[in-house]
Write a protein that binds this ligand. Structure first.
Ligand code: ZN
Ligand code: ZN
Ligand code: FE
Length: 761
């Protein structure tokens, strides 16, 4: 007997070849009916015999296309209407619900074969793609995901492309960005001033320029890259100078895994990450003698390496003879990456010697994602291309749609609806106008794309964060509740939320800076709490931070502060930095002028880095701390420095002055900086375990969340985890969102949801 079923499939089911898969499946089972995209879901009506229908529903999830992520399949019995054949109907406009789009996906193997097959009509075509690969987020204007709502709307398909697009058995069936040399986007090359450069072989021309030491701006998937020869010290130095980036490492790209293996010692998890469809930059241990200029990653034992994610990158790397290319964000200093051609010409003027542009507009900015391995876990450092807009799943649904605006320096916002937290790609430091505009523009367009209208806004406690100011103004104008969340509580909640944990747990939150409710700069915190609330149960002893944020660029100031607190002499610092500047800081410290108090572990790292003689200036927050980690990398544990736990009033206070005295003495004795660095790391691990044990003995739970930007430090993250597990703790850490402020918005969102549920603000 012929029966009917109406089926709704939710999840990442649009733009992944799901409808052709359904079409093929129905055909194979001899069923009739139709399938279409309807708003956020795929709707199917299907008729046939009972056994065939059962098999159909089972196979829907069992053999779905690789890029699909199925959240639910809902089935309803229907009377059979006598449908004939199975058809794919065109999409209906949006009808509410959450739209799940796939992220941009690296070129698949099938497409790659065509790219390098001289007999294929897409031979060497830099924009080829199919339903299993290619741009998604970066080309979509609006849901549902159909060609007329993408940046491909300006490229009418030729007959051949149209035939592939319309053929359910073709692997380009309804691949929205489908194109070929006859009908699709084209490259163009412009000189430094924006005048076109004519050439029969544009990529050959660009490769020649790069080989000659030029810097070329290349339009990619989610923005421009600045590209030069990574082996040329001169080219890399020039790029540093022009980009005003004195020392922060550049990422490099190589054509194939073999190339990456020549540069780095790769573990299995690192290779898997490199080859994944997300294609992030992987921070891996560089081989001694790796063929890249020292200036690519000065002083670092690591190298950020990636494999090509687009046909254009494959072609460019081949054209340069399989070399190693610096491929860094097309921006000036900390601004967001340029996406618009005119904007790129303007903002990258004076940096790029030429522009390899194309006529496919980038509708959404997406930087390269960055990850690193901590033991066997891949930890995101920057979450952008290849991830967004894939949601982070929440353990409990949001009681209302929520906007969480994140922090200030590594800006990322989140939109929460039901059980999904949609994190924006990394936006960057909101201090500048370009970033601020990118933040507000991205927010507007994401709310439209996801059809989410926030019913509440969550933000940091810090009144000076641009994100806080936006949230407060928006809440006031729209009459929405504004939910202020303490910075370190948000970090703790972020770690709990991505682990689907509700708490309570001990949150070991180590970072650079976040405002505490007492007005001090927190950053070395042990909180005990859950998503609703947290109590500060221990912290690093307060130390003055001479000049406030000014101390960040001059780590020696924190050394001066710690030495003064420990009643140690500043004479060694005076010898290095000069008695003038040290005198100024000393008098600031004695008179407590412009010296906010801080418990920040980031600033402690600055102080120790300076005491170990690793430099007295930093061009970005965390640079001094990184140097300390680099030096200790690969060394076996060797002793500890002393510290004290003081329980005199309320919260437990971890006093590191004894360690500072011992380190100063080590320095006077001429101890190797690497030995100091290694011992300091062991000391922090010991401190974390000691405090957690103490808190547990006082009734805190036997679960610990390790979070905050300091836990990007692989030594600290791995050793804290191992030692805490040995001590019987359950340990939560990050694998979906960054431990740094890039993950803050997820915590704000989880806390706001918990408070709305509980009816507290
Ligand atoms: Zn493909
Ligand atoms: Zn075509
Ligand atoms: Fe933070």
């Amino acid at each position: 007997m012929i029966k009917g079923r109406a089926i709704a499939v939710r999840g990442v089911v649009q733009g992944v070849g799901f409808r052709p898969f359904v079409h093929e499946l129905a055909g194979r089972l001899g069923l009739s009916g139709w399938v279409k995209n309807l708003g956020s879901e795929v709707r199917i009506e299907v008729e046939g015999d009972e056994a065939g229908l059962d098999e159909f529903v089972k196979e829907l999830t069992r053999s779905a296309p690789p890029l699909a992520r199925i959240a639910s399949v809902e089935c309803e019995e229907r009377a059979a209407l006598g449908a004939r054949g199975f058809v794919i109907e065109s999409s209906s406009a949006h009808e509410g619900g959450t739209v799940l789009l796939p992220p941009d996906v690296a070129t698949c193997d099938d497409c790659l074969r065509e790219l390098f097959d001289p007999g294929d009509r897409r031979y060497q075509y830099p924009f080829l793609n199919c339903t299993q690969c290619g741009p998604r987020l970066t080309i979509v204007r609006q849901a549902p995901y159909d060609r007329e709502r993408t940046s491909m709307v300006g490229f009418p398909m030729c007959t051949e492309c149209r035939a592939e697009y319309d053929d359910p058995s073709d692997r380009r069936f309804h691949a929205q960005p489908v194109a070929c040399p006859a009908c699709g986007p084209r490259l163009r090359l412009l000189d430094a001033g924006g005048a076109p450069i004519a050439s029969e072989d544009l990529l050959g021309h660009v490769a020649g320029m790069i080989a000659a030491g030029s810097i070329v701006a290349v339009k990619g998937l989610g923005g421009y890259h600045l590209v030069c020869d990574a082996a040329s010290a001169e080219a890399v130095e020039r790029l540093r100078e022009r980009k005003h980036r004195p020392s922060k490492a550049f990422a490099v790209a190589v054509a194939e895994l073999e190339g990456a293996r020549r540069l780095c010692e790769l573990t299995a998890v690192e290779e898997t990450a490199l080859l994944s469809a997300r294609r992030p930059i992987v921070l891996a241990t560089r081989r001694p003698g790796a063929p890249v200029a020292a200036a690519v990653a000065p002083g670092s034992p690591y190298l950020g390496v990636m494999l090509p994610s687009t046909p254009l990158q494959h072609l460019l790397l081949r054209a340069t003879g399989g070399g190693t290319l610096v491929m860094t964000s097309g921006n000036r200093a900390d601004e967001p990456v340029a996406i618009d051609d005119a904007e790129a010409l303007e903002r990258l003027r004076g940096i790029a010697d030429a522009f390899l542009a194309n006529d496919r507009p980038i509708l959404r900015r997406a930087d390269d994602s960055v990850v690193r391995a901590v033991s066997e876990t891949i930890v995101p450092i920057r979450r952008a291309r290849g991830h967004a807009p894939e949601p982070v799943p929440l353990a409990r649904p949001c009681p209302a749609p929520i906007l969480a605006v994140g922090g200030q320096l590594k800006s990322v916002f989140a939109l929460g609806q039901e059980r999904n937290a949609f994190l924006s790609p990394h936006i960057g430091d909101l201090g500048g106008y370009v970033a601020w505009k990118s933040f507000t523009d991205t927010l507007v367009s994401w709310e439209r794309l996801l059809a989410i209208e926030p019913g509440a806004v969550a933000h940091d406690l810090h009144p000076d964060y641009a994100s806080t100011q936006y949230a407060v103004a928006r809440a006031r104008e729209s009459g929405l509740p504004a939910i202020a969340v303490q910075h370190h509580h948000a970090h703790l909640a972020s770690c709990l939320a991505e682990n689907q944990a509700a708490g309570p747990a001990i949150g070991v939150v180590f970072d650079g800076a976040g405002l505490g409710p007492d007005g001090a700069v927190w950053g070395g915190e042990f909180l005990v709490g859950d998503l609703l609330s947290a109590e500060r149960r221990a912290h690093l002893r307060y130390t003055p931070m001479p000049g406030g944020d000014g101390a960040v660029r001059e780590p020696w100031r924190m050394a001066a502060a710690y030495l003064t607190e420990a009643q140690e002499s500043l004479s060694e610092l005076e010898r290095r930095v000069g008695s003038g500047p040290v005198g100024t800081i000393r008098s600031m410290l004695t008179r407590r002028v412009n010296c906010p108090l801080t418990s920040s572990v980031g600033r402690l790292f600055d102080a120790i880095s300076s005491l170990a003689g690793l430099g007295d200036a930093a061009s970005f927050e965390g640079e001094a701390a990184m140097r300390l980690e680099w030096l200790a990398t690969g060394l076996p544990a060797d002793g500890l420095y002393p510290f004290e736990l003081d329980a005199a009033g309320g919260a437990l206070v971890a006093d590191l002055r004894p360690a500072v005295r011992a380190i100063a003495a080590d320095g006077r004795r001429g101890a190797a900086p690497a030995a100091i660095a290694r011992r300091f790391h062991s000391t922090l691990v010991e401190l974390v375990v000691a405090v957690c044990l103490r808190l547990r003995s006082e009734g805190a739970p036997a679960a610990v969340a390790l979070t905050g930007g300091v836990f990007q430090n692989a030594i600290l993250a791995a050793e804290c985890r191992a030692s805490l597990q040995d001590a019987g703790f359950r340990v939560y850490s990050h694998a979906l969102v960054p431990p740094n402020d890039g993950g803050l918005c997820l915590g704000q969102l989880a806390i706001a949801a918990a408070r709305l549920r509980a009816g507290v603000r």
